[in-house]
Design a protein around this ligand. Sequence first.
Ligand code: APR
Length: 293
Amino acid sequence: MTTVTAVRGDITEERVDAIVNAANNGMRGGGGVDGAIHRAGGPAVLEDCIARFPDGLATGDAGWTTAGDLPARWVIHTVGPNFAAGERDRSLLESCYRRVLEVADELGARSVAFPLISAGVYGWPRADAIEAAVATIAATRTRVEEVRLVAFDDAVHRQMQAVVLRLFRPPTGAGTVGSLFDRDVAQWGLRGDPYVWRALRARFADTPLPTDWFSLRSLLTRAVEEVIGTPLTSAADAVYLPEFDPGHGMSAGAVSPAWWAQTGIPILLDRQAALADPPSPPEPPTGPEPPDA
Ligand code: APR
């Protein structure tokens, strides 16, 4: 079972078996992640690139080298399509993630950290770059047990987290606040609300349930207000959060403070009450004894 998480940081510091480099066809270093990996890994990485990839690396393909001075054992280089130069074939971007996992399996790597391939210098639209990464990893059979998607800044991390939580629901402990979120709501407020729901489920996966509804209500209210950045009493009927927008614009990433105050949080309070005082099973039907069978 592969766990996938979105982490915020510098990929050169990730302590995993293999880190992935967003390289170019020449395979002789460059800027962005490529530059960071070659700087941190030292000359051994470039020497191995020259020895193992004398003719470079094709777009969509992947290949490994030593990681040199990096904490990881290997660097798995892959070359994404250059959107800015007109390379728009998404299957090449998906191929990067698939081929990296194939190479990781060949190496026996059990933990792999990916940057967001093609989303920097190569200019692939960020929302789609994240969707392509997460959906391809989810669809690829691999022996890799831990995949980390590394975001270099907070906005990218929140956007990544929203997509990862949709496809990779972290487990919640029994009797935790997070377990109240296990069952999705039949109807949502506006389109961003499911992302907030999943983000809170992950945040409270290990938080013991408070014993009283009032503490739970203030815990949930504070958490929702922190995510959406506005009080639930706000008159705003929708708050747009770009990190929840899969690229469709305003309504897709909108969250409804009123829905949370009047529906979302009350549903969760009801679930807590039901846990504390489970409804008694329905009484067996009374009435005349059934005729002997
Ligand atoms: N750790 C994690 N992520 C990083 C780091 C880092 N140290 N540095 C940059 N990123 C992020 C960027 O913010 C972007 O989201 O990695 C993603 C990929 O950006 P690039 O490194 O620019 O890679 P890419 O868009 O695939 O372009 C590849 O850029 O650096 C050159 O030689 C490289 O020609 C190649 C091209």
